[in-house]
Structures are given as C-alpha cells and as structure tokens.
Design a protein around this ligand. Structure first.
Ligand code: BGC
Length: 348
C-alpha cells in the first residue's frame, strides 16, 4: 500500500511538472509568435521638400524592416486633405501604427480621430500634432535649436538691425524655434540694442518666400546686420536676396538641418551656422517605438507635451550647433555628409 502511494505521488509530480513545462512552453511560444508576427506601419509624410526628409524616410524604413515590420509610405506635399485621405487609406489597409509628419500641425487632427477610432496607434514624428489623442511625439528639442541659431549670430553681431525669417505658420516647430531664438534676443530687443526689422513667417518653409521677404526689405534701401532663418532652406532664399545687393558673406545668417548646400555655404562664408539634428537617432528611435506600439507594448517616457488636448508622452533628442570650426567633429564625423561632398562640390 505504502509503495502504491509513493508511486502515485511520483506520477502526480511528473504529470504536474509536465503540465507546467507545456504551459510555460505555450506561454513563451505565444510571446515568441507575437514578436515574430509581422506588423505593418504607415509612414505618412506631409512634406519631402527638404533634403532631410529623404534621410528620415530611408532610415526609418530600414530600421523598421530590421525589426520585422512592413512599412507603407505616403507623401502629400503640404496638401493636408490629401494627407488625411492617405491616412484613412492606411487605416483601411490594416496598419497597426501610423507615424505622421503633419503637413499642418492642427488641420491633420481629423485623420488622427479616424486612426484612433479604428484602434490604430499614432506617433507624431518631428512635428507635434495638436488637439488630438496621439500616442507619442518624438522630435528634437526645437526650442534649443532656435536658441542655438540666435546665439551663434549674437556671438558675431550683438546689436543692429536683425531679421527673423520664421518657419511655416502651420508647423508647431516654427513656434518653438521662434520661442528659442527670442529667448536669446529678448534682453537686447528690450534695451533697443537690437531692432527686429523683419519678423515674418515663411509659408510651407518655401525658400522663394524667404527670398522675397529679404529682397522686399533691402529694395527699400534699408540696412540689415544679421539674419536668423528658421532652417537652411529659408536661409538659402535669404542669402540669394543678399547676393543681389552684394551683401552675401557680409552679414551673418543662421539656419538648421545641416543640409549639404548649407554646409557648402558655411565653407564659402555666405552662411554662418546651421544646427545639425542627427536624423539617424530620430528615425531609429521612432522605428523602435512604432514597432513596440504595434506589438502592444507601452514604451515608458519621462517627458510629456501639452498638445491642447492631452499630455503626450514625448521623446526629445539633442541638436548640435555647427559652424565652420566644428564641421569635422560633427556632421563629417557622423558620416552625415562627407568631407569631399562639403569641400569639393562647387557651391550651388
Ligand atoms: C523641421 C525642420 C525642417 C522644416 C521644413 C520642420 O518641422 O523640424 O527640420 O527644415 O520642418 O521641412
């Protein structure tokens, strides 16, 4: 009898152990299949006008694919209605997450509603999306970009007639950049050392608009001592206007994006500085976050941004100020552009 009980107990232990092992195996294998399951991510681009956006797209797609996701890219070139219907299309297509560079930070909101109602998660990429339930926002510290631009100019000229050539009025980044630049200039504007003679936005960040803004001012015969342009594209327009008045290279001009043409202008002396934003860090992190959200994970964040509706969990990356003096240690070291491209290609 005693032997039978021992045998029974041993059998019970073996059976329960096996059941545990099987259930553990099933648990792990379901986690495994969850991870291996291909997820689909939409990458909705409201603009591709600047050089950087192609880098953003290529790096994002590459990283997301490495992580096992499929990516569907759409482009709408500042046509916000088109971007909304493209997002609707991505939702119908069955994507799990949509990463959005909005053509318009506010007007894109209806698309977010459509996506969220269908259970699709949304990440605002580089530009915040206002008044909507987005899941994440990832960008650079744009206030800091604006500060760097203004500081680099102040280090060269700290008084006189300044121009602020702003970004597109429908891009939330334009607000942040201006906030940063004005923080740096505020005291000198208040004391009268700096006279802000131009303070204009640039619709769709169009270099042609920036050209017109500066040209119209100079045409009237008035003087200018410095230009803070919100990005390298607007800086290029401003510098083209300066050149028509033989002023290129004679007054400092700032920009951002570390575009190749801007770096060449920095070498040539017609642009003073730019701000380098390591796009690889942004695109890779965004791809990781998108894949994580698609797999049902909830990435933790320490920052939150008020978008008018909710406190959006946010990630911010650090920008780097670039002048002639640190080209080698920044953009060239990172392989963002090569020495040969910057120094040997003729300036456009
Ligand atoms: C980006 C800049 C870019 C500009 C125009 C902004 O939202 O942050 O890097 O130059 O849009 O595309």
């Amino acid at each position: 009898m005693k032997n039978k009980i021992i045998l029974l107990l041993a059998l019970l232990i073996i059976i329960s152990g096996t059941v545990y092992l099987i259930s553990d195996f099933l648990k792990n294998s379901s986690e495994f299949s969850q991870e291996a399951k291909p997820v689909v991510i939409g990458f909705s681009m409201g603009t591709t006008r600047e050089e950087r956006w192609f880098t953003d797209r290529d790096l994002f797609v590459k990283k997301a694919q490495e992580l096992g996701a499929l990516v569907s890219v759409t482009l709408s070139d500042y046509d916000v209605d088109k971007q909304i219907s493209q997002i609707e299309g991505l939702v119908k297509q069955g994507v799990n997450v949509i990463v959005i560079i909005p053509a318009d930070s506010q007007k894109i909101a209806p698309a977010i509603k459509i996506a969220k109602e269908a259970g699709v998660k949304v990440i605002a990429y580089d530009r915040l999306i206002g008044d909507s339930d987005i899941d994440l926002y990832i960008s650079f510290d744009n206030v800091k970009v604006g500060q760097m631009e203004a500081q680099n100019i102040l280090d060269i000229v700290d008084n006189g007639r300044f121009a602020y050539i702003g970004g597109s009025p429908d891009d939330n980044n334009s607000v942040l950049l201006k906030e940063g630049s004005m923080k740096v200039l505020a005291d000198k504007i208040a004391s009268g050392d700096i006279d802000l003679v131009i303070d204009e936005p640039t619709p769709n960040w169009d270099p042609e608009e920036a050209y017109k803004t500066v040209k119209d001012y100079l045409k009237s015969g008035k003087k200018l001592d410095a230009i803070i342009a919100a990005n390298d594209g607007t800086a290029s327009g401003a510098i083209r206007a300066l050149a028509e008045f033989n002023l290129d290279g004679k007054i400092p001009v700032s920009g951002q994006d570390a575009e190749l043409a801007a770096l060449q202008r920095i070498v040539a002396g017609t642009q003073t500085c730019t701000v380098y934003k390591p796009i690889a860090d942004l695109a890779n992190k965004a791809a990781e976050l998108a894949v994580a959200l698609a797999r049902g994970m909830n990435p933790e964040t320490v920052n939150f941004t008020d978008n008018g509706k909710i406190q959006v969990p946010s990630y911010f990356l650090e920008p780097i100020a670039v002048t002639k003096n640190n080209l080698n240690d920044t953009v060239i070291k990172d392989g963002f552009h090569t020495y040969d491209e910057i120094y040997q290609t003729p300036v456009k």
